[in-house]
Design a protein around this ligand. Structure first.
Ligand code: SAH
Length: 359
């Protein structure tokens, strides 16, 4: 390393002062450092960016999720006000497609108070531009801020959507070697950032604790805490949450930390702050964290979108003059070779009175 990366310099200085840092701390700095963090400085999406997400692949994704939210609202008895919260909205594409697709549903937009949870000032600006024309939008930094929110919204139901948000929340890794556990940490070896192991620590608390084989085990306290808080909101106020992300259905061993730059995987310790760093979501842990609510799924994204009628929507778009690209987009979203199998969908509702579409 030539030392020209200010965020890496900062991490090195912190390691020099305090010793090796856990991977969650490292991820948090790499993604969210106010000045140099990956999301704070750029728009990472699309062909010219680092990665492409489902709403950026096709308008159908946001349209179907819009219909899903409207259906939940209708089943709740069409409350006159509800908070429509999106966490980690990226460019605002999903929300824009969802709003456009639902604009003819009587009373729905009037009832919706659009709230975006977004930490990046760059992306907030994008979202503001994308959603101009759809009425007032508010931004929050965290779920705690919902209580202070705007015009008559206190205590009203919340319907939350989040696509590829949970994967960005920090994960920590523990390594089991025989009877001993160590935390995987980031230190410096031979002058470069390197993974290492902490001295022995207590075993991490996980959904699958028991007789575990040797290997790497991930826990995501920040992710679990977020889902727990979201579930408390939905359980308390009424509403629902729809969480979509790449991940696995049953807690298991495995190192899923990944960094992506220019659509390629790279070493997470290289190009700090210039690459997206995420990990796969443990949906068993998420389901457990959400258990104040009724939990639906996880289901694969392919099954979910097909159940919501993506085939019919694609056919309609094609008849309206859409191109063959629609077929390709549907395949990419739904097929096993694309995102259909790796991506999972989990929904939370206040209770089982609501029939959750797509599950
Ligand atoms: N949902 C979008 C973007 C996914 S990328 C899409 O599907 O295209 C992750 C998004 O979450 C980005 O908007 C990023 O800035 C935001 N984000 C990541 N961590 C966050 C945090 N802790 N608080 C708020 N927003 C966060």
């Amino acid at each position: 390393m030539d030392g020209s990366n200010p965020l890496e310099d900062l991490i090195r200085a912190q390691i020099a002062a305090d010793g090796p840092m856990d991977i969650g701390t490292f991820m948090n700095i790499a993604l969210a450092h106010p000045q140099y963090g990956y999301y704070m400085t750029r728009d990472p999406f699309g062909v010219t960016g680092d990665f492409i997400t489902a709403p950026e692949i096709s308008q159908m994704f946001g349209e179907l999720i819009g219909a899903w939210v409207a259906d939940i609202w209708a089943q709740m008895g069409r409350p006159a006000r509800f908070i429509w919260l999106e966490c980690g909205p990226g460019r605002g594409t999903l929300m824009a497609d969802a709003l456009r697709a639902t604009r003819r549903i009587a009373g729905f937009h009037q009832a919706a108070q659009i709230v975006l949870m977004e930490m990046s000032p760059v992306l907030q600006e994008k979202q503001r531009a994308t959603l101009a024309g759809y009425g007032p939008v508010s931004w929050i930094a965290g779920l705690d801020d919902l209580d202070d929110l705007v015009i008559g919204a206190s205590g009203c139901p919340v319907i939350c959507i989040a696509n590829e948000f949970l994967d960005a929340l920090p994960v920590r890794q523990f390594v089991k070697q025989g009877a001993a556990w160590h935390e995987r940490v980031v230190g410096i070896a031979d002058g470069v950032l390197a993974f290492g192991l902490s001295p022995p620590v207590a075993p991490p608390v996980r959904a699958d604790n028991g007789d575990l084989a040797d290997g790497v085990y991930e826990i995501a306290p920040a992710r679990n805490a977020f889902v727990r808080q979201l579930a408390a909101l939905v359980a308390g106020r009424g509403g629902a949450a729809l969480l979509v992300d790449y991940g696995y259905e049953r807690s298991a061993a495995g190192d899923t930390l990944q960094a992506v730059k220019d659509h390629e995987f790279i070493n997470p310790l290289e190009q700090v702050g210039l690459a997206d760093i995420t990990s796969h979501v443990d949906f068993q842990a998420i389901a457990q964290a959400g258990n104040l609510c009724a939990v639906h799924g996880p289901r694969t994204q392919g099954d979910f979108l097909r159940a919501l009628g993506i085939g019919v929507r694609a056919e309609m778009l094609r008849r309206q003059g859409g191109s063959d690209a629609i077929e390709g987009a549907m395949a990419r979203l739904c097929d096993e070779a694309g995102m259909g199998q790796l991506f999972k969908v989990l929904a939370l509702t206040q209770d089982d009175d609501i029939v959750v579409a797509g599950f």
